[in-house]
Design a protein around this ligand. Sequence first.
Ligand SMILES: O=C(O)c1ccccc1N[C@@H]1O[C@H](COP(=O)(O)O)[C@@H](O)[C@H]1O
Length: 214
Amino acid sequence: MPADVRVKICGLTRAQDIDAVVAAKAAFGGFVFFAKSPRNVNAAQARALALSVPVGLARVGLFVDPDDAFLDAVLAEVPLDILQLHGKESPERVQALRARHGLPVMKAVGVADDGDLDALTTYGRVADMLLVDAKPPRNAKLPGGNGLAFDWRLIAGRRWPVPWMLAGGLTPDNVAEAVALTGARQVDVSSGVESAPGVKDAALIARFVGAAHG
Ligand SMILES: O=C(O)c1ccccc1N[C@@H]1O[C@H](COP(=O)(O)O)[C@@H](O)[C@H]1O
């Protein structure tokens, strides 16, 4: 297992979550700006958290089909390093947001079967990073953060022209297998390190990062 797998812990809402992520040596911390999510934070909350982050932890803002006004308002208040787009944003929209905000964009693509893999190629041409996530079920309330994994064999050995991150149903118990099977160098988790929806657990975060690092 490579020691340099980089970990993103998504859905941080409290000061102690930042402490846990820093102590565990994760590389990315994610803030969810999506009202329907149990991990949603407003700009004022996110600003306080983002300003407390030490250098070396990249701050990722997760958005779902945000309009310009919403993004402008959040970015005016919250220092973010990366934009994560987790909705149905088109390739053109991804390009436009990169240009408008001058920040790297990570585009999430949902995978359930072979037919979903073309989208990774398409978005790999316009995004700075890809997030390869499980496709949400048809009736899901959230487009991500559902704790569901996809069949990792679908992407075993696949590569794209930009860095990518594996997500979807990862836990401290399965992340090592997921990394070994897919060759992922970066992984992202939300519900797998929670004691209840939206409540991060420091011990699970430490176990997850430890397992990902091998
Ligand atoms: O976490 C959320 O609430 C969320 C809401 C809307 C879109 C994406 C969301 N989370 C992202 O989903 C994946 C997988 O999460 P999980 O580990 O399966 O719970 C992860 O990338 C989160 O960044």
